[in-house]
Structures are given as structure tokens and as C-alpha cells.
Design a binder for this molecule. Structure first.
Ligand code: GTP
Ligand code: ZN
Length: 288
């Protein structure tokens, strides 16, 4: 049995990284295509037919994003800049909700730390994510990329973040020829650099990273208020103490989360964002 992972889609062909680390061009069997369309990130079973690799089966996806279309992500690298554009707790919280909702482990990368003064209060906001148990990596011009290289090693990661936060800069610092490679691939696909491409994995250090165009525009209203509540991982520990098992932690009596916020165990700004997101979702739902 030959097994591998789809790293790139090229019209109706699939580039697969085999368990043996070899990269091969494949097609999907007609029978499989009738059942489901393979997508980037899929772990697939292959057979050799008439000297060609053919995908005959797709293993169950352990997570599955629709925008961008990609499956089986080990972790989401959420890049936000400390400054320029300004650090936004609201944006970070939205991205964390989305990655938690999709059951993808988030890793926060704070770029442009070199632009931040030591006594800027943004430092406290960043440290709150560490206290909440998130993996946070501080990055910047004067910092080496060792920690990031370690975290991407042997994993399939998705990179997301607003335009201008320094995603390309970061990848280029790890792989100095990264941009060149990206361009080569686009050209070999006969597409310009700025036209929309299929989402693809590129080698970064000793791991694989997929860039996600447009992922920074987040619409939480695709979630229900239950989805939102369940995606607030920092509430989990305390919601076990709520009097009502279906507590929304808003105005219910005996709420463990509200108590934890009052005791300073959950950052106030995070809880306030939760209330704001909940309100936004409820508003949209009320329109229908
Ligand atoms: N001071 C400082 N500037 C940085 C750092 N990283 C990136 N920049 C600058 O920020 C600007 C945007 O960086 P990019 O790497 O193009 O940002 P991006 O996230 O790839 O942007 P898109 O390609 O639009 O998604 C550039 O002018 C970089 O030189 C950093 O760590 N420190
Ligand atoms: Zn509660």
C-alpha cells in the first residue's frame, strides 16, 4: 500500500508527497472522483496503474476547512504584528475562535516586536495569551527564527494573518529562496503571481506551510452562538463549575466563567470580546 499527502492541486492532477518523501504527480481514479473530490492536505492511498500513480482512496479528514479548501492541518500559525498594523486583540480573538472551531491547534506569532517599546501596554495584552495557555512566539527583525523553525518541523501548518503583518518576510528569513520558489511554481502553472492560486503546501525549513490568501477577513456570523461558546477554549476549565450545563456565561446565575473573569483568571478583554461576538452573531440571526 502506497500512502501520501496531497500538497498541491494542478487542474485535475494532484501532487502527492509520499511517505518515502518522494513527490509524485498523480490522478484520481474515476470511481473515487464520483464519491468525493480530493483536496490539498488529504492523506491518500495510491496504486500504480499503467505506470502511473492513481489515488484510490482518501482517509478520513481530522479537520476540514472550506475557505481556503484544505484538510488535515496540524496547526494554524496566526501571524499578527505588534505594530504597523497595530496589534488588535479583537482580530486575534476572532482568529482563535475560528481555529478552535475547526479543531486546528493555533500558534500565535507576534511579528515586528522590534517596533514595540518595552513599556508599551501591548506587551501585557500579548502576555495574556501566554497566561491563557496559548503557544506564543515573539518574532522581529532582531530575533532569530529558530523557535518558528522548530514549531513547523515535520508538520503541516497553515499560515494566516492580515496583509502587511510580515508573513512573506518571515518565510523568507527561514528559506531565503522562498519567494523565488513561490514565483517558479506560479510560472510553471502558467499563472501570474497575483492571481488566485489553489492553496498549496510549500517546504519551509523541515516542514510544510500553506499560505492562506484572504483568510484574515473573518466572518464569525457563520457560527452559531453555541459554536462560539464552545470555541472559547480558555473558558473550558471554568465552565465545568457553572450551575447550568448549557450556560452561555452571559447573565446566568452561578456562572463559573463570570467568576473567573471577576477573579482575573480570564482576561477581561477576552471576555468582553466574547460578549461582543455573541451579540454580533445573535444580531445577524435575528434578521432571519
Ligand atoms: N520592523 C519590522 N518590519 C517588518 C517585520 N516583518 C515585516 N516587516 C515589514 O512589514 C512590511 C510587510 O511585510 P510582508 O512580509 O510583505 O507582509 P505580508 O504579511 O506577507 O503581507 P501580504 O503579502 O500582503 O499578505 C514590509 O515592509 C516588511 O519589511 C519585522 O519583524 N520588523
Ligand atoms: Zn457559565
Amino acid at each position: 500500500m502506497i500512502k501520501g499527502r496531497i500538497i498541491r492541486l494542478i487542474s485535475n492532477r494532484y501532487q502527492v508527497l509520499l511517505d518515502s518523501k518522494e513527490i509524485v504527480d498523480t490522478i484520481a481514479s474515476g470511481k473515487l472522483r464520483l464519491k468525493m473530490a480530493p483536496k490539498t492536505g488529504d492523506i491518500v492511498k495510491l496504486e500504480i496503474r499503467e505506470e502511473k500513480y492513481m489515488i484510490v482512496d482518501i482517509l478520513d479528514r481530522f479537520n476540514d476547512l472550506r475557505r481556503p479548501p484544505i484538510a488535515n492541518i496540524d496547526q494554524m500559525l496566526i501571524v499578527v504584528s505588534a505594530k504597523d498594523p497595530d496589534f488588535s486583540v479583537s482580530l486575534v480573538d476572532q482568529m482563535l475562535v475560528m481555529s478552535n472551531f475547526h479543531r486546528v491547534k493555533p500558534v500565535l506569532i507576534i511579528s515586528k516586536m522590534d517596533l514595540l517599546d518595552k513599556d508599551d501596554k501591548i506587551n501585557l495584552l500579548i502576555d495574556n495569551y501566554v497566561k491563557s495557555g496559548y503557544r506564543v512566539i515573539k518574532s522581529g527583525k532582531d530575533k532569530d527564527t529558530g523557535e518558528i523553525e522548530k514549531i513547523v518541523a515535520n508538520k503541516f501548518s497553515v499560515l494566516s494573518g492580515q496583509s502587511g503583518v510580515g508573513k512573506s518576510t518571515l518565510l523568507n528569513r527561514i528559506n531565503p529562496d522562498f519567494e523565488i520558489k513561490t514565483q517558479e511554481i506560479s510560472q510553471s502553472l502558467g499563472r501570474g503571481k497575483h492571481t488566485t492560486r489553489h492553496v498549496q503546501y510549500l517546504p519551509v525549513g523541515s516542514g510544510w506551510v500553506a499560505d492562506t490568501p484572504g483568510f484574515s477577513k473573518i466572518d464569525l456570523t457563520v457560527l452559531t452562538i453555541e459554536d462560539l461558546r464552545d470555541a472559547m477554549f480558555e473558558f473550558e476549565e471554568y465552565s465545568a463549575l457553572c450551575r447550568f450545563s448549557d450556560c452561555f456565561h452571559i447573565k446566568e446565575p452561578g456562572c463559573g466563567v463570570i467568576k473567573a473573569v471577576e477573579a482575573g483568571l480570564i482576561p477581561k478583554e477576552r471576555y468582553e470580546n466574547y460578549l461582543k461576538f455573541n451579540e454580533e452573531i445573535a444580531d445577524v440571526r435575528r434578521l432571519y
